[in-house]
Design a protein around this ligand. Sequence first.
Ligand SMILES: Nc1c(N[C@@H]2O[C@H](COP(=O)(O)O)[C@@H](O)[C@H]2O)[nH]c(=O)[nH]c1=O
Length: 214
Amino acid sequence: MTLNSDLNLLKNGLMRKYVRNEVVVVYKTKEAFGGLSNMASGYPLNINDICVLTTEALYQACRFPHMPKIQQEIIGQYNPMISKKISKPYQAFSRPDWNSVRFKVMRWCLRVKLAQNYEEFGGLLLATGNRPIVEQSRKDDYWGAKLVDDVGNVLVGQNVLGRLLMELREKIKKDTENMLYTVRPLNIPDFSLLDQPIGIIKSHKLENRQKNLF
Ligand SMILES: Nc1c(N[C@@H]2O[C@H](COP(=O)(O)O)[C@@H](O)[C@H]2O)[nH]c(=O)[nH]c1=O
């Protein structure tokens, strides 16, 4: 991107500028807030009784509702980078509306990660307090933000993932009724995994509580 188009995007309000040492940076998964990354392992998900090991795998699988074999390969990986790598050569065959739904899909994936890992992921989100959360990326200034200065202290990007994480953090703060324990499926066509329409996702906490009632 040229400096001029960078400046135009900043003016148009799409791009954000962050000072690295004033924000919570999500960069390497082993760092303090690495668990906020979709690339973090240790936040397993369960969709329609199908185990999906990482949020990245779930997000990538959502590209291919019409290609269940590819979905299976993507979600069968322990390593999220491999899930993304498997997805890459098929990107041109993503669901035709992918660019217009991917934002909603990501928001839904994060809701699922929270519902099914409430203490760990929710705790990490709350530990960021009121600070901006920024996913630092080397290449991607849509989901994240890139370093633009020589000393590595200025990040510029749309930071859509960071902004979704902040949005979720604010929802947690207000969630006195535990509404976030349940996640409804997206209202988009063919929202399916391995040929089954994706159903309502429930937190394990809610399932355990319901079991105790009977
Ligand atoms: N963190 C991180 C990445 N970024 C992640 O990639 C996802 C977006 O994928 P796509 O929409 O297919 O480009 C999203 O979860 C974003 O956070 N990509 C990487 O290759 N390495 C990384 O360390």
